[in-house]
Design a binder for this molecule. Sequence first.
Ligand code: PHE
Length: 335
Amino acid sequence: MKDQIDNLIQQSKKHTITTKEELENFRLKFLVKKGLVNELFQEFKSLVGEEKKIWGKEVNIAKQKIEAIFNEAQLKLSTDDSSILEEQDLPGYFSNLGSRHPISFVVDEMSLIFERLGFSVATGPEVEDDWHNFSALNFPYNHPARDMQDTFFVGEDIALRTHTSSVQVRLMEKGELPIRSIMPGRVYRNEAISARSNCFFHQVEGLYIDKGVSFSDLKQTLYNFVQEFFGANTRVRFRASYFPFTEPSAEMDIYLGIETESDARLTKGTGWLEILGCGMVDPNVLENCNIDSKEYSGFAFGLGVDRIAMLKYGVKDLRTFFNSDKRFLDQFVNL
Ligand code: PHE
């Protein structure tokens, strides 16, 4: 019996199994009902008495050894299998690194310029109360000036902020003077959505309050910004305007010309593009925030970021910034 067992193990070990076919041959030779392993068992069954006890264990071990050879070869073949290999060696999901949104990039660029001029960055809530968004800014209750900014109300006297001037109020209320800050952020207005306007957009507003701040400080600050952001030779003009919270108020345009089709369209054929509103903070606003308007004066301005981003990147439809189309956003990965 011993010889038979040894012989069988030797035989099985001699087999090289490198293909599925060889594997199958091995199985047919050793492991099927009429195979050699079973043959050995039949032999063993014919033993009697002591002999049966002794060899039972050995026959079982031989069977396990041969099965182990089969299992190992099967496993190896299945992992070598090139079709499976391909599946396992997937090309890999490119986890593309995210990038800054073009609007964020423009906000950062603007912020950097103002930071160099000594402005710090302030933020505030997007859901605002009436006081901070309107009343403190000299928009009397039920005054038609409130219609300048169609508002999304979320509750009684609570609304999505229509401008980041609300953050100016919060800053002034803190009472730490002087103030020299910009307030970047998202704002909301209930406007018809089109290629040129959206129900939300972005602003970088600024506030400078100190003793003896004048309109010429305002102009120089904004000139400086425009030269840094749009280039040293950019032409600008101020137009008188109206905001309830500034007096006098102005809007500033930059000259793009009408040479290109997109410049002509953006400027509605005038060559001039309005980029911001500004003015001297109305004394009423200072007093609303407990700042002595006889001692302190200040200027404020509010830049619209989205239109400037459209201009900078030649984007024709404002909505493409916000519909999360990866093909659009991928164009800005190197910002
Ligand atoms: N808050 C104004 C707006 O959103 C912009 C502005 C800011 C105008 C500061 C003047 C001074 O339209």
